[in-house]
Design a protein around this ligand. Structure first.
Ligand code: FES
Length: 261
């Protein structure tokens, strides 16, 4: 008869991105960290959580650990390069999570790993450090993020620029930088009712016509982007409101209302 697994009392959560390898690298790091730490303390469990794509997201992982009996969790931001915006929202958001969930688990947030060089050793150093040196996130005021993040900024259009693998391969990143640089020179595109908000997206589907972007709410798709095309889109469509016809790949007609019944 196998003896029951000891309930985890202390948990380590590696918090990273899954964008480039579906989280495989982080899972491998978690496995090697688990080997090191369970040799010292059999009650330690190591999990992964992701800030992007399909998750699992950090709150779900923490809730799961608490249900499994964890009494304290150390969250280590493991994105390399580190995401400087995390410190602006994650401590308050974790405090908010703990309060709204009625969590009794102590959650500590470690400083992010700074370098990809010898990442396993860096994670081990952080995980093996004295836990008491880090405050429980509940000592931070609970918040959902910066107050400004509660409102939709005034704007006229949104641009969705594909930076999926195929579009990146065809130069989407440099074109995105050119787009931002070109837009910077036009005050109307950066504030007020004609502001254009830009978002980078994963694959938008017609990869063979990439790099591509979509302008909403006009439902206009531009493909086979070049620097010249980017300039025409900015000076034509974004500044005058008239799509750059010669460059349009596709335009959706307004959707028909679905039949009720
Ligand atoms: S990668 Fe850009 S459309 Fe598929």
């Amino acid at each position: 008869m196998t003896s029951p697994q000891p309930a985890p009392a202390r948990a380590i959560v590696l918090y990273g991105r899954a964008s480039f390898d579906h989280g495989q690298n982080l899972k491998a790091l978690a496995a090697s960290l688990a080997d090191l730490h369970t040799a010292r303390d059999a009650t330690v469990t190591v999990r992964t959580a992701y800030a992007d794509l399909s998750g699992p997201a950090l709150p779900a992982v923490l809730a799961d650990l608490e249900r499994a009996g964890a009494t304290e969790a150390l969250v280590i931001p493991s994105m390399v390069p580190a995401d400087p915006s995390l410190s602006a929202w994650l401590p308050g958001a974790l405090s908010h999570w703990a309060g709204t969930q009625g969590s009794r688990m102590t959650v500590r947030l470690a400083p992010p790993v700074e370098s990809a060089l010898d990442l396993p050793a860096a994670l081990d150093r952080i995980a093996a450090g004295p836990a008491e040196a880090l405050a429980d996130v509940r000592e931070t005021d609970p918040s959902l993020g910066k107050p400004g993040w509660s409102t939709i900024p005034e704007h006229g259009r949104q641009l969705f620029v594909c930076v999926g693998a195929r579009c990146l391969h065809r130069g989407a990143d440099a074109l995105y930088q050119r787009l931002r640089e070109t837009m910077k020179g036009h005050r109307a595109l950066n504030a007020g009712p004609h502001r254009v908000m830009c978002a980078r997206t994963s694959c938008l589907y017609p990869c063979n016509r990439g790099p591509l972007l979509v302008v909403q709410p006009d439902a206009v798709w531009y493909g086979d982007l070049t620097p010249e095309r980017i300039d025409r889109i900015v000076h034509g469509h974004l500044l005058t409101g008239h799509p750059s016809t010669e460059d349009v790949l596709h335009r959706n007609p307004p959707p028909e209302e679905p039949a009720m019944g």
